[in-house]
Design a binder for this molecule. Structure first.
Ligand code: NAD
Length: 406
């Protein structure tokens, strides 16, 4: 295996940024992919298959040594696909025109980037205001993939969906492996086994995948969502949709917050369904807000001993009152799992999907001649632009920063 230590000179990077010289006779756009450093993060922002395509299109790809190891993509595979593997992180970042990441960059990493460098990845800006301020001050450009609008044209770059699909699948498997029962109905010489009941609360992207997975495992599946439109999708997967006289479909297909009266009605119906379930998977969330509490402490006490709750909303406050983020809690014989970063548990495929999302996104940012577009006028670029030329473009983040005086 050959590991090179390579970087553009500061002048080369500056020239490239100032003139956008990326045509056939000029320098190729240098894309760098650092090793993710967040605890527990196994994913990598690109994979050899995508590197091969990007290299063919004229990009130069530099990847940090061991960046793909956690997802089972070795340095050798990246080299064979046409990437250069760089052992020194400072060298890697220093020569970057575009940086592809899964998790937001650290302040230390941002300090290594030249002015005008473009960073693309999940930014989780509301929780990382210091990072946003540093990118603004160092005039780094950042695109946040979670801000890509959910429009048909953007489906191939919808990383929220690709990763939520994986999260829903892993949650169903986690529920099955922690449940003391079979999921399918079995007729055996040792007697007949009744199928387990799985309840999914929140039938968005993750919820629908959890439903499909639990169905494939043979469980009886029930699901609930405040958006009535979700009913049809739930039924098409062969699950039962719990109906409530509420339609809380809000802007952009997302749910709106329920009124206090609606919350009481919801609570009663959900509690009855939770009490009869062997596995409950909760995915309910409202963008930019704390997750709604759907399972109270009292409801947990009514559940069957041995039942399992997988709270996929654990990282945004939890759908169960007893959830502790990153921990497993046991109460009244019920196991409440509050997982973090479920997509990272199947990093081989989630990295592959994420890499393809990024490849699609790059096709908007770089034109057919290999030149980075000068104006980010495409609505997908406009919506996902977080920071550019010393300004925070995403208004909710800007408002939070003004409030916190970042
Ligand atoms: P999400 O992660 O924001 O929320 C998960 C689910 O929780 C949603 O279905 C939401 O309605 C539900 N929820 C919120 N509050 C609830 C409550 N109190 N009780 C029960 N359920 C509750 O959602 P998501 O998975 O990111 O999807 C959001 C929407 O975007 C969906 O309509 C989805 O179909 C749509 N979408 C569209 C596209 C596209 O057209 N390109 C792509 C992806 C998703």
């Amino acid at each position: 295996m050959v590991i090179v230590s390579t970087s553009n000179t500061a002048q080369e990077v500056k020239d490239n940024i100032q003139t956008g010289l990326n045509g056939p006779t000029a320098m190729p756009v240098v894309i760098v992919v650092p090793r993710e450093q967040a605890p527990g993060e196994q994913r990598v922002a690109t994979v050899p298959e995508v590197v091969q395509k990007l290299t063919k299109s004229g990009y130069e790809i530099r990847i940090e040594h061991d960046a793909g190891t956690g997802a089972f993509y070795s340095d050798d595979l990246f080299i064979a696909a046409g990437a250069k593997v760089v052992s020194n992180r400072a060298d890697l970042l220093n020569g970057a025109r575009i940086v592809l990441r899964v998790q937001p960059p650290t302040v230390a990493d941002i300090d290594q980037l030249a002015e005008g460098t473009i960073v693309i990845g999940f930014m989780n800006a509301a929780k990382n205001l210091e990072m946003v301020a540093r990118m603004r001050d160092r005039k780094v450009t950042a695109f946040a993939l979670e801000l890509v609008p959910r429009i048909t044209r953007a489906q191939s770059m919808d990383a929220l969906s690709s990763q939520a699909t994986a999260g829903g699948y892993v949650a169903a498997i986690l529920g099955a492996t922690n449940c003391p029962k079979f999921l399918p109905m079995l007729t055996t010489a040792a007697g007949t086994i009744r199928p387990a009941t799985v309840l999914i609360l929140g039938a968005g992207v993750a919820g629908l995948m959890a439903i499909a997975t639990a169905k494939r495992l043979g469980a009886l599946v029930e699901a609930y969502d405040v958006r009535r439109a979700a009913g049809e999708q739930v039924r098409s997967l062969g699950a039962r949709f719990l109906e409530l006289e509420i339609n809380a479909e809000g802007q952009g297909g997302y749910a709106r917050e329920l009124t206090p009266e609606e919350k009481v009605k919801e609570q009663q119906m959900v509690s009855a369904a939770v009490a009869r379930a062997d596995i409950v998977i909760t995915t309910a969330s409202i963008p930019g807000r704390k997750a709604p509490v759907l399972i109270t402490r009292e409801t947990v006490a009514t559940m069957r001993p041995g039942a399992v709750i997988i709270d996929m909303a654990a990282e945004s406050g939890g759908n169960c009152e007893l959830t502790q983020t990153g921990k497993t809690v046991r109460e009244h014989g019920i196991m409440i799992i509050g997982p973090q970063n479920l997509p990272s548990r199947i990093p081989f495929h989630t990295s592959q999907m994420y890499a393809k999302n990024l490849q699609s996104f790059l096709s908007l940012l770089v034109d057919n001649d290999g030149v980075i577009v000068k104006e980010f006028t495409d609505e997908i670029l406009t919506a996902s632009l977080l920071v550019h030329e010393g300004e925070v473009h995403h208004k909710p983040t800007r408002d939070l920063m003004i409030g916190g005086k970042s």
